[in-house]
Design a protein around this ligand. Structure first.
Ligand code: AGP
Length: 366
């Protein structure tokens, strides 16, 4: 009840702007600079037990599921363990193979999402090792899991998740780092990641410096009835979350696609009325992503590039510039300008941003 709007006109805007502080809170006391690792108190596993984990599976719904995909990519990259993310709403109705050496990570802001809770119960019934990554202390999922990590995002009121989403991804980075450091990730790589995590709040603040420009890009495209969000590998969860934010609060039809899949069908939808937001990190896939932009442009589609690279001038119609971090953390940082983009586009359309139609903050029924 103490959580007030202050000078903000709605909670989504306030919660977007709180992210440097909420990321700082979730990192607090969890980074170990000396050994280039992270310690998550809620996961009481010694190095031997950590090493015994052979697979990691992230479970959540909606944005929590997309955040899980960032986590799965990081576990694979740093710990070299097979990892994936699955919507908890699907798992509960499958008959999943539950393995003893898999770590199941149940992810939820509210801790009350019925589908996620049911998935946890099913996994536990089958002897699965489940930890919770939850924002709300004392919530049903936190209690059911027994052990896990709290997000420390503070209260999140807006239906569209922003700061809790970002903290989920940051916590997964710490989990992946701790799994990596008991395997083959070197101390120098670990230290590089610790330093980048520590600097993340400052990088997020830099995103906000471009808010007016992002708002102008959003305004320019606010007449579009549909949009693509395109990314590959690290950019793929970014595209999914960007599309999720836009459709949730603006009611513009937004669809996320992996860049390489475009030519297998969706390219047919490209025309001047279908802008594409393309996620272009300055990493080993830069040339591929530039190729994707060219394919879209060749078919008359407007392109909004979200990038930390210096793209050839005139390549994209609009550019949203993102600060640089370590490439593995790009998915976390790149999502922030897309939150700002969705926010301003919905604002230009006059939507009820904190309470979009047909949606509830937490889905406690099936
Ligand atoms: C996010 O913007 C959405 N409102 C929604 O997808 C949400 O993330 C999902 O319902 C899961 O909620 P939870 O994190 O509270 O479990």
């Amino acid at each position: 009840d103490d959580y007030q709007l202050g000078n903000y006109s709605n909670f989504m805007h306030k919660e977007i702007w709180e992210q440097p502080e909420s990321v700082r809170r979730t990192l607090l006391g969890r980074l170990d600079e000396r050994f280039g690792t992270a310690r998550l108190g809620g996961i009481n596993l010694d190095p031997r037990a950590l090493r015994a984990i052979r697979r990691v599976k992230f479970l959540g719904c909606g944005s929590a599921y997309y955040a899980g995909q960032i986590g799965a990519n990081l576990v694979e990259e740093w710990a070299r363990l097979p990892a994936d993310a699955e919507p908890a709403s699907e798992l509960r109705y499958r008959n999943p193979v539950v393995e003893e050496d898999t770590l199941y990570v149940a992810v939820s802001q509210s801790g009350e999402t019925a589908d996620t809770l049911a998935a946890v119960q099913e996994l536990r019934r089958k002897g699965g090792q489940v930890i919770g990554v939850v924002n709300t202390v004392g919530s049903a999922i936190a209690r059911e899991c027994g052990s896990g990590v709290f997000l420390h995002a503070g209260p999140e009121v807006s239906v569209a998740s922003t700061k809790a989403y970002t903290n989920m991804a940051v916590c997964f980075a710490m989990l992946a780092l701790s799994l990596g450091r008991v395997r083959d990730l070197s101390v120098s790589d670990g230290s590089r990641i610790v330093a980048a995590l520590d600097a993340l709040p400052a990088r997020i603040t830099e995103v906000f410096a471009a808010e007016d420009e992002i708002s102008a890009v959003a305004k320019e495209h606010s007449g579009a009835e549909r949009m693509f969000f395109i990314g590959r590998v690290r950019g793929w969860p970014v595209a999914r979350e960007g599309a999720q934010k836009l459709k949730e609060i603006s009611y513009v039809h937004a669809e996320a696609y992996q860049a390489g899949e475009l030519k297998h069908g969706p390219l047919a939808l490209i025309d001047p009325g279908m802008p594409s937001v393309v996620v272009v990190p300055d990493d080993e896939l830069l040339v591929k992503n530039i190729g994707t932009i060219e394919q879209i442009k060749a078919r008359g589609g407007p392109v909004i590039a979200v990038t930390n690279a210096s793209l050839p001038s005139g390549l994209a119609d609009s550019v949203i510039q993102v600060p640089r971090s370590e490439p593995e953390l790009d998915p976390i940082l790149f999502t922030i300008p897309l939150q700002v983009f969705a926010y301003h586009l919905a604002h230009h359309l006059g939507r009820d941003i904190d309470k979009p139609r047909n949606l509830a903050k937490s889905v406690t029924v099936e």
